[in-house]
Each structure stands twice: as structure tokens, then as C-alpha cells.
Design a protein around this ligand. Structure first.
Ligand code: NAP
Ligand code: G4F
Length: 340
């Protein structure tokens, strides 16, 4: 029997890699897509060019804040696995849009759990909730494990804490297979361009190509446990294949500062980051998370999962990818000059 998965947030970084991975495993994949005035499917368009995958990928309009339509969709598709990856996922933006962030992240997760609870009455379903290391906030213990208490520092983190506890509540109250992946930062060449790693690799590529001179950043001293998104979606899948629902930290076990990431990226392009990076206080946050460092041994021991991409490899993948984009931008700009 073909397994059926439903992914919210399929147009995002993780959703696109997870869809790719599950299609490769033979799943039928359904994705929830928000209606927008322009196409938002750039990260998954290539999947439609693969004939085998096309027939097993279906997209549906929906929104995490619209519980009734989510329930209708879940009862119609009858998925075996639901991956709730949809979110207003930008921490800085959550300070500007705290209520919407709670609606999409907190109530959105509750809407998914309710839909799953109803389906579970007639068809067994497993739910993955995209929880976040951001929940540790002003950390009370280092490294952070599944037992470290949360101390959230942003509207986004507060909403994720709510979703985390509701996931456990539905597991205990309704015997629903509902699990949390507490994922530390994971990046890629598909990372949104306003997250710091991608902002750095995009700018460094453009600086190398002569298309810009400066990169404006906020706090360079913040430390994160950065891994590669492709490794992490495999962990999400393993979490739902476990013999029982549970909560797992996925991390690399190494932390580095934003400054160190800048150094790695600029050095790869034979540049010195200090010549180009300037501080703009507009990128500071009302409250900062200074240090995240995950302890992923439970995932290794119980799931056999571990991060396989080093920080140096991650920086190289992203830098080379974005340098190529910058070279194409330069080429297009030169072509315009000649043809104009
Ligand atoms: P992302 O690239 O920002 O993608 C977010 C996805 O959610 C997009 O597909 C977006 O759709 C969708 N979305 C936003 N609001 C929605 C709504 N109201 N209804 C339905 N869909 C909505 O995020 P990501 O990096 O892939 O992260 C995936 C999940 O993991 C998120 O829940 C995030 O909070 C969590 N997480 C991420 C990390 C990380 O380091 N990446 C770490 C821990 C946890 P549009 O394309 O239309 O905007
Ligand atoms: O790349 P960031 O925006 O990621 P952040 O805040 O850690 O959140 C990401 O990871 C979480 C997991 O822990 C996810 F749950 C969440 O959805 C998201 O994917 O910022 C990383 C650090 C911060 O300390 C920030 O203050 O970089 C610092 N930073 C310095 N200058 C900057 C900038 N961040 C951004 N976005 N832009 C800057 O110019």
C-alpha cells in the first residue's frame, strides 16, 4: 500500500526537502499551499518536472489559521502521516506580528491536532510537530536536551512552546501518535534570504561579483547550532517511524557565532568579512537568544539519526551556490547594458 503524507509548509525550505525525500521513498505527498497573488512554489516546481513524482504530488489551497478547511482536507485525504511545518517562522518578524504569529504557529498546530484527532477515530494517523530550539530562549542549561526547561524570548518561541505542549497533550489525552522534533537551526541553499546564514552567503556572492559593497547585520556574537536542512528532514521522517510517539532534539552538537559564519563564507571567496560587514542596530532584537547548543544523543541512540554535514561543508555549499547566482546576475546586468 502506498503511504500517504500531508505536509503543511511544503513551499518552505524544510517542506520542499521533505516532499522530495518522501516522494523518493514512494510516498504519495499532499501539500497545503497558501493562496498568494504570485506563485510561491519555486522550491517545489522542479518536482513536477519529474514524471514519476508528479503523479504522486498534490497541492491544496489552505491556511493553518483556517481550522475547518484543514479538517475537511485531512478527512478527505486520510493521510498516514502529517508533518506540520507551516509557520510564520521568522523570530524578528514575530515581534512585529505577535498575534498573527500565535495564530499561525500556536492555533495552527492546534487546528492540525484537532483534525488528526478526528481522523484517528477511523484511520490511524501520526503527527510530526515542527518544534524549535528557539523555545530554550535565555537558556537555563547548556547543552540543551529534551529535558532542558524552556525559557522563550520571543512571540514566535512562546507560540512554539504552546504548540509543543498541545502536541503532548493530544498524545496523552487521545492516544494520538503525536511527536515533537525540537530542531536546532538548519540551513541550506533554499533557506529564506532574510535568515542570517543565507543573508550572508547571498551578500558575499554579490560582493565577490562586484554587485554590492556592504552587508548590514545585527548581533554578530549570537551563537547557533547550525546544521544542513537535508539531514534534518530525514530525522523528521524517522521520528514518525519510531515505535512510540516521543520528543527528540535534532542538532549537530557544535555551536558557532554569526561572526564565525561570516569568516567562513568570506574566506571561501578570498575576502575579509571585516572589510564588508557593518552593524545596523535595526537588526537587533528586543530580546536576543545568545547561545544555542543541542545535545542530540537521544536521536542517535533511539532513531539512528545524526547530522552528517559539518559547518564548513554547509558554509561551502551555500557560498558556492550563491556565488553562482551572483555571477548569473552580473551576466544578466552586462547583457542588459549591451542590448539596451
Ligand atoms: P520557512 O522556509 O519559513 O517555511 C514556512 C512555510 O510555512 C512556508 O511554506 C509558508 O508558506 C508556510 N506558512 C506560513 N504561514 C502559513 C499559514 N498561515 N498557513 C499555512 N502555511 C503557512 O520555514 P522552514 O525553515 O522550512 O521551517 C519549517 C518549520 O520548522 C517551521 O515551522 C519552523 O518554525 C520550524 N523550525 C525551523 C527551523 C530552522 O532552522 N529552519 C528550526 C526549528 C524549527 P509561504 O511559502 O506561502 O510563505
Ligand atoms: O537566522 P536567524 O534569523 O535565525 P533564528 O532567530 O535563530 O531563528 C531560526 O532558527 C530557529 C531555531 O532555533 C527557528 F525556530 C526559526 O524558525 C528560524 O528558522 O538569526 C540567527 C541569529 C540571531 O541571533 C540574530 O539576532 O543571527 C542574528 N543576526 C545578526 N544579524 C541576524 C542578523 N539575523 C537576521 N535574520 N538578520 C540579520 O541581519
Amino acid at each position: 500500500m502506498t503511504r500517504i503524507a500531508l505536509i503543511t509548509g511544503i513551499t518552505g525550505q524544510d517542506g520542499s526537502y521533505l516532499a522530495e525525500y518522501l516522494l523518493g521513498l514512494g510516498y504519495q505527498v499532499h501539500g497545503v499551499v497558501r493562496r498568494s497573488s504570485t506563485f510561491s512554489t519555486e522550491r517545489i516546481d522542479h518536482l513536477y518536472r519529474e514524471p514519476q513524482a508528479e503523479s504522486r504530488l498534490r497541492l491544496h489551497y489552505g491556511d493553518l489559521t483556517d481550522g475547518q478547511s484543514l479538517t475537511n482536507l485531512v478527512l478527505k485525504i486520510r493521510p498516514d502521516e502529517i508533518y506540520n511545518l507551516g509557520a510564520q517562522s521568522h523570530v524578528r518578524v514575530s515581534f512585529d506580528q505577535p498575534v498573527y504569529t500565535l495564530q499561525a504557529v500556536g492555533c495552527g498546530a492546534l487546528n492540525i491536532l484537532e483534525a488528526a484527532r478526528l481522523l484517528n477515530e477511523s484511520h490511524p494517523v501520526r503527527v510530526y510537530q515542527a518544534s524549535s530550539s528557539e523555545m530554550y530562549g535565555d537558556v537555563l542549561q547548556t547543552p540543551q536536551t529534551e529535558r532542558t526547561p524552556f525559557n522563550p524570548q520571543s512571540p514566535y518561541a512562546c507560540a512554539k512552546v504552546y504548540a509543543f505542549h498541545q502536541t503532548i497533550n493530544y498524545r496523552r489525552s487521545y492516544d494520538l501518535f503525536a511527536s515533537n522534533g525540537i530542531l536546532f537551526n538548519h540551513e541550506s541553499e533554499r533557506r529564506g534570504e532574510t535568515f542570517v546564514t543565507r543573508k550572508i552567503t547571498r551578500a558575499a556572492g554579490r560582493i565577490k561579483a562586484g554587485l554590492q559593497e556592504k552587508l548590514y547585520l545585527g548581533n554578530l556574537d549570537a551563537k547557533r547550532d547550525w546544521g544542513y536542512a537535508k539531514d534534518y528532514v530525514k530525522g523528521m521522517h524517522l521520528i514518525l517511524q519510531h515505535h512510540q510517539p516521543d520528543d527528540f532534539v535534532l542538532a549537530t552538537g557544535r555551536t558557532a557565532s554569526v561572526r564565525e559564519f561570516c569568516e567562513l563564507v568570506f574566506k571561501r571567496l578570498d575576502l575579509n568579512y571585516e572589510d564588508h560587514v557593518e552593524i545596523d542596530p535595526r537588526y537587533y532584537r528586543p530580546a536576543e537568544v545568545d547561545l544555542l547548543l543541542g545535545e542530540p544523543s537521544k536521536a542517535f541512540e533511539e532513531l539512528g539519526w545524526q547530522a552528517t554535514t559539518s559547518l564548513e561543508e554547509l558554509a561551502a555549499i551555500m557560498t558556492d551556490h550563491d556565488h553562482e547566482i551572483a555571477k548569473r546576475e552580473l551576466h544578466a546586468a552586462n547583457f542588459d547594458q549591451f542590448s539596451g
